[in-house]
Structures are given as C-alpha cells and as structure tokens.
Design a protein around this ligand. Structure first.
Ligand SMILES: CC(C)(COP(=O)(O)OP(=O)(O)OC[C@H]1O[C@@H](n2cnc3c(N)ncnc32)[C@H](O)[C@@H]1OP(=O)(O)O)[C@@H](O)C(=O)NCCC(=O)NCCS
Length: 196
C-alpha cells in the first residue's frame, strides 16, 4: 500500500462523488476486487473461482431487486471504490441485519474515498430501515480495522484460523454497528421487505 503522502488529494482534484452503481461500472469494480483478492491468496492457488462480469451483473440485479444499496465512488468520472450490502442471513428474522463490503482502488487509498463511501453506505442502510450492520475483517487488515473503528463499529467476535494465506492460518474479526435506533426500538414496517 502506498504511503498516505503519495495518495493525498491535491487542492485542484475533482471531488469524490458517490452514486448507485450501474451495469457499466462492473468492469471497474471487478478490477478493484480482483486486485484485492490476488494480494490475499497464496501463489499457486487456482483463481478459477474469481468472479466474472456476469457474476457481478447478477449480484447487482439481485441487490437492486431487494433494494440493497450498491454504491460506487468516483473521482473525475473514474470508479475508484465501491461498497454494498447483502442480508446477514436469509431467514426472515434477520431481515433488519445486513453484512457489508467496501473496496477502494489500490492507487486511491488514504485520500478519503473509504470514509465517504462508508458514510453513505451507513446512511443508505439506516434510511432503508436496517438496524444492524456487520463486517468480517482479516485480523491483519489494519486499514479496514481502523476505518471500522472510526465509524463506530465494535469488535464482537474473533474467528480463529478460518483463512489460509501466505503460508499461514489467519483469523477473522467480526465487527458490528447499530443503525438508527438499533435494537432499542421495535422495527418499522418498511417497503424493502415487502417481498419484491
Ligand atoms: C479499508 C479501505 C476501504 C479504506 O479505504 P481508504 O479510502 O483508504 O480510507 P480513507 O482514506 O477514507 O481513510 C479513512 C480511515 O481509515 C483508516 N485507514 C485507512 N487506511 C489506513 C491505513 N493504511 N492504516 C491505518 N488506518 C487506515 C483511518 O482511520 C482513516 O482515517 P484518517 O484518514 O482520519 O486517519 C481500503 O484500504 C481498502 O479498500 N482496502 C482493501 C479492501 C478491504 O480490506 N476492504 C475491507 C474489507 S472488510
């Protein structure tokens, strides 16, 4: 990862904008994702399981149908990051809890893209009526742990030895944050759950 000074935004730089993703963003999102995954797996691991454009198009359609936020961040029109949620579990009792993912392009890290994306994702989830948001983070992913802490996520679990990369077993940290009234008030009947 580049040092923060290399990536720091300049005064003349276009602003970071966040909007719902489009089908035309798929290639850019895939390239961000593939680069991240390649760094996380061991040499020699079969990459045939990597998602392709159709996988992402299907996922976007699915999320749109369920009205789950799927956002991209752009700078000067270039997609530099994305964030989305899926339901934490499919069973109806868990319908107010989501699990999120956030990825920023390697060359655009440490310049505020993650912060803007995370805030908009949280706001969109709260506005949609969700009450809890959960993330799974590699225990050695300092930047992800830091941004989640900054946004008020608590560490609620440790899953020891669930990943194997770079020749060793790695732990996963589970983080969680309340949205809106969290579990302090009963849920509102909202349209996202109306079975579309
Ligand atoms: C984690 C990630 C999304 C952060 O995005 P980013 O655009 O670089 O983050 P920002 O520049 O908006 O920084 C927001 C905060 O994150 C934390 N942070 C980001 N990079 C960091 C780093 N390298 N070291 C420590 N803290 C870091 C800081 O708290 C920072 O706040 P500050 O600038 O006030 O100190 C990005 O590094 C990334 O995409 N990583 C790879 C994918 C990933 O791990 N996703 C999360 C999976 S759960």
């Amino acid at each position: 990862m580049k040092a923060s000074s290399d990536n720091a935004p300049t005064a003349n730089e276009p602003p970071i904008l966040v909007r719902p993703s489009r089908d035309t963003d798929v290639e850019a999102m895939l390239s961000i994702y593939r680069r991240h995954i390649r760094r996380g797996i061991e040499d020699g691991v079969d990459e045939s399981g990597m998602p392709g454009p159709d996988d992402l198009l299907d996922r976007r359609k699915n999320l749109r149908n369920h009205r789950l936020p799927h956002l991209v961040a752009t700078i000067g029109g270039e997609v530099v990051g994305y964030a989305y949620i899926v339901l934490f579990r499919k069973r109806p009792a868990y319908r107010f809890t989501v699990k999120h993912s956030i990825y920023v392009h390697q060359d655009h890290r440490r310049r505020g893209v993650g912060r803007v994306l995370m805030q908009q994702l949280i706001d969109a989830c709260a506005a949609a009526g969700y009450r809890q948001i959960i993330g799974y983070i590699d225990a050695d992913n300092a930047s992800s742990l830091a941004i989640h802490e900054k946004f008020g996520f608590s560490r609620v679990g440790l899953l020891p030895g669930v990943a194997h990369r770079h020749g060793r077993w790695a732990d996963t940290v589970m983080v969680q944050r309340s949205l809106a009234a969290g579990s302090s008030e009963p849920p509102q009947p909202v349209s996202i759950f109306s079975g579309r």
